[in-house]
Design a protein around this ligand. Structure first.
Ligand code: 5GP
Length: 173
């Protein structure tokens, strides 16, 4: 297993996360926000992002998976569900990476059925060229090429989540 040089450095990440939080704070000025982190991958991004957001907010999490190692199964499973009431809230869904879009599209439609006042999506990474399902993204940290990446919460086989930067990952052959 090879983890290469940083694709995104600690400095680049921190600058961009504070920019995203600035945009979110401006857009939600005077409104309450319910930020929902999609675990496990978004746990680092989520905790950095919410610390820069100036608007009063509540948080919740859900655990979803659509991936088996580096192969998408195309099927979304919820392992832990949102406990906060969604109806009437301004919901911000926070994801680590959008690849095919299958996971977010499924979660978005599921939340919309619960009648939020508004729903926006913030993703740290966007692998646009891999998209199979079109899903509206309101805040995007970085667009990245079609490479499997780890670090900053993202894993391979539940490892490398603790790397403070994003790196491309290759299995040694
Ligand atoms: P999608 O449903 O958009 O195809 O996949 C989204 C999920 O796949 C992400 O939340 C993440 O868990 C996983 N994923 C997609 N691309 C990558 C990647 O490059 N690295 C890692 N570690 N996970 C990825």
């Amino acid at each position: 297993m090879v983890v290469g040089k940083p694709l995104l450095t600690v400095e680049q990440i921190s600058k961009r996360v504070s920019e995203l939080a600035g945009m979110i704070s401006a857009d939600y000025e005077g409104k309450d926000l319910l930020a929902i982190g999609i675990l496990k991958g978004a746990f680092v991004f989520f905790s950095d992002l919410v610390r820069y957001i100036q608007t009063p907010l509540s948080i919740d999490f859900l655990i979803a998976s659509s991936y088996l190692n580096d192969e998408s199964t195309g099927e979304v499973r919820i392992h832990y569900d949102i406990r906060e009431e969604i109806a009437g809230k301004n919901v911000l869904l926070v994801e680590d990476i959008v690849d095919t879009g299958i996971t977010l599209n499924y979660l978005r439609e599921r939340i919309l059925r619960q009648g939020p006042e508004s729903l926006r999506i913030c993703t740290f990474l966007d692998k646009k060229e891999r998209r199979k399902v079109d899903v509206p993204l309101d805040y995007v940290g970085f667009e990245i090429p079609d490479e499997f990446v780890v670090g900053y919460g993202l894993d391979y086989d539940n490892k490398f989540r603790n790397l403070p930067y994003i790196s491309a990952f290759r299995k040694r052959t």
